[in-house]
Every structure is written in structure tokens, then in C-alpha cells.
Write a protein that binds this ligand. Sequence first.
Ligand code: ADP
Ligand code: ASP
Ligand code: MG
Length: 470
Amino acid sequence: MLIVMKFGGTSVGSAERIAEAAQLAIHEAAKGHRVVVVTSAMSGITNQLVAAAESAARGEWNPQIRDQLYERHARVAEDLIADPDIRQAALETIARRLDRVEKLCYGLSMVHELTPRLLDVISGMGECLSAPLLAGAIASRGIASHAVEATELIVTNDRFGAAEPIMDLTRERCQAWLQQVTADKILPVVTGFIGATVEGVTTTLGRGGSDYSASILGASLDADEVWIWTDVNGVMSANPAEVPEARTLREISYSEAAELAYYGAKVLHYKTILPACRQNIPVLILNSFNPTDPGTRVTLTGRPSSRGVKAVTSIRNVSLVTISGRGMQGIPGIAAKAFAAVAAEQANVLMISQASSENNLCLVVGSAEASRVVRSLRSALELDLLQGHVDDIIQDDSVAVVAVVGDRMKGTPGIAGNVFAALGTSGVNVIAISQGSSELNISLIVGENDAADAVRSIHRAFRLDQPSQP
Ligand code: ADP
Ligand code: ASP
Ligand code: MG
């Protein structure tokens, strides 16, 4: 079996954690499986790199940052890699990469302009620092291993900060590379999060994107399984930080996993599922702090639950954009113009809702994109505003989206009623609702301060803390 194994930031957050990650990879390789490891940056490092780039762009580059980053990685190398040659090689690689970060930040502090392209080079460096440590840990345990930069493997477009893979080129490179590492009997450690354009310019796949890297590589290598090692026992019925009684879902479908990730379940990057799903590759979410737990298995059919609802998530940092006007009724094309304007901004729309009176149209977009979207809507609907068909376009940043997800919700009557009853009992006011045509998801807009209560009350109402009957 070929397994792509991805380790998240906390799973490689210290010498001890990296040693455990190395052990988990070696353990599978020892059973005769071929293993390709994908690693995140050590926990906190990507944030530090982003902050360093941003402060450098304000003219405040602090050279001590380089030393701090070097110290943290070097201390880990000392504790982790017993073989002095392997350790020295890892340390040299890390020092070279940090020299590059330092030079880039120094340049930034002169020009005061941080482009998305430059931010990708700097923020993507964390994985290039952790990969030599994990590969070194594996190698010093007697298994040949190399750190590999994903810029050699994952070819992407040039949408810096949220690059998309070009799958046919990526597959070509991955297949040739796999032959080589298999022939050389290498257990490779690939950097997550990054890729490169056809011209070789570094890109990143978006924050939390190492999960997506694993799935892209899994698909391109025709892996049998993709394993995501993280710090919880799999995908749970709610965010355990918000709902302590949340429980692990043992098996969910690709569509449930995609929907949960899209609506805020941080345990998976929201784009992770698609490449694996296209090739029907199972994705396992496992806890590196509790590796004997079976975690969650994501498959084509999942294991349907008799309750219909499997999980509830929430997503914050979103804005509600409302286009309203009594004159909107019966005027064709306002919605079409509005969606074209939003699409032109490349904004992700999380939710759309229109009252049957047609007096208003609500959209939920990420807060970072909201002002741009409102500006674009004002310009696209200028004539309708002048003619009074549209009265106003307003933005409300104090909202959250709560999503209730489950494949079997389709055809199970009464679910929406139970959701509203639960929210009513808890005194949560619902601002708007939308049900996708898939009937896999009911999403609601609530006030940001009500989101945690909304999630907990829905979790309770559907008794998601109890095991479900198939
Ligand atoms: P990693 O560093 O391994 O990529 P992340 O921090 O990105 O890990 O994702 C794991 C975290 O996701 C968990 O610690 C948990 O707090 C959070 N989380 C949010 N929603 C869920 C959910 N439904 N199931 C499991 N974890 C969730
Ligand atoms: N290191 C990256 C981040 O923090 C990618 C990842 O960990 O998945 O966003
Ligand atoms: Mg993550």
C-alpha cells in the first residue's frame, strides 16, 4: 500500500513530537508500505514568518527574529538527530533558508511593499525548516530519508496566497519522482503548504493548506490512502474547543467532510477532499498524540446516521452583505448582476439567501473581502440604486454562520424544525437561513456572540454526544 502521511504543526511542534512523527512513519514503512510524508511547519512558525514580513514592510525588521527562528529549530536538531553528520546537514540547510528570509525581510524594510508573491516565499519557508528535521529524525533512525521541497512536485497557478494545483503537470512530476524514490528506497519528507508556478515561483495553497498538499500528492501518486495526523481524534461532531462533549465521527462521506471543512471545521483545510474524492482515495484523520485511536475515515458513502445530522460547525470572520429594496420585486436580473459582481472579486460566497418577498438578497462572504464586494456591488447596481429598485447595500461584520451537516438530512423530515426549536429555546435569534439544494447542509446566520450557544444547543438537540445507529 502507498500511504501519504501528513503531520500538522502541533504534531511536529517539538523534538519529542517530531520523534513520534518519525516513529509513526517508520512503523508503517516497516510493515512493507511505501510511505510519503508531508509536513507542516512547526506550530507557530508560519505566524511568526508572516508577522516578520509584515513588520519588515513597515520598516521594522528586527534581525533577532532570524536568531529566534534558528534557535528553536537548532535546539530541536540537537535533541532529535543523534547522527552528527545528518544533524550538521540539517542545521546547514536551516541556516541557509533563514539567511534567505533575512535578506528578503531586509529588502522589504527598504522598499516597504509586501506583495502576495513575496509573502508566499517568506510564509512558505516554515515547512522548508521543519522538513529537514523530520527527514533527519527518520534518517538517524536508520531509514534513508530526504527532505523534498514541494516546489519540485506541485505545479500551481499564480494565485499567490491561494494557489490551485495544475493536476496534470503535478501528476507527471510526481510519478517520475516516485519511481526515483522507490528505486532508491527513500522515505521522503515533502514540505506541505507550498508549490510553484510553471516558471518555478513559490506559491502557497492558503493557510492550513498542508492538508491540501497531502491530498494533491495522494491523488498524483495514486496513493491507496491519505492519512492526516493532527491533535484530535479525527473529525468530531463539533469543534471540541467549543463543545467539550463533541465526539469523533468514525466514518463520514467525502461530501460531509468537504461541507464541514468549508463551514469552519479547521481540522481539514476546506479544499482537501476534492483531489482524494476524484480518485476515491480514503482519507483518514488521526491523532498523533493518541495514535491507537482509529480516528475518522472519509469515504465515498460514509456511514449514514439515522439521525440525519452528523455535525455542527460555525464560521466566524464573515460579513453579511444585504441588498435591499422594495422595488427589487419583479425586476429581473438584479441577482444575476449581483453574483457577477461578487464573482469578479473572486470572493468566496459562503451562503446566499433570498426572502420569498424578493425584497432583499443576503450574501455571506469572508470579512476580509466584504468591503471590496460591497464596492463592486454598488458599482454593478448603480443604475438600480439611482432608479430606486435597490434602496441600499449594507455590510454587517458582527455575524457568524452555523452549519448543520449530514448526508441523511435529505429526506429526513423535521430537521429544520428541530434546529429552530433548539435555537428558540436557547434564545438565539436567526438572521437568515439557507438550505443548499444538496440538502446536505442547513446554514444559518446568527449574531457572532450567539454562535457558540447556537452550536451547543443544536449539538444537544440532536444528541450528537451519543453514538448514532446506522
Ligand atoms: P494541524 O496543525 O494538525 O493541521 P489544526 O489546528 O489545523 O491542526 O486542526 C485541528 C484542530 O481543529 C483541532 O485541534 C480542533 O480544535 C479544531 N477543530 C475545529 N472543528 C473541529 C471538528 N469538527 N473536529 C475536530 N477538530 C476540529
Ligand atoms: N504552516 C501552514 C499554516 O500554518 C500550513 C499548515 O500548517 O497546514 O498555515
Ligand atoms: Mg491544519
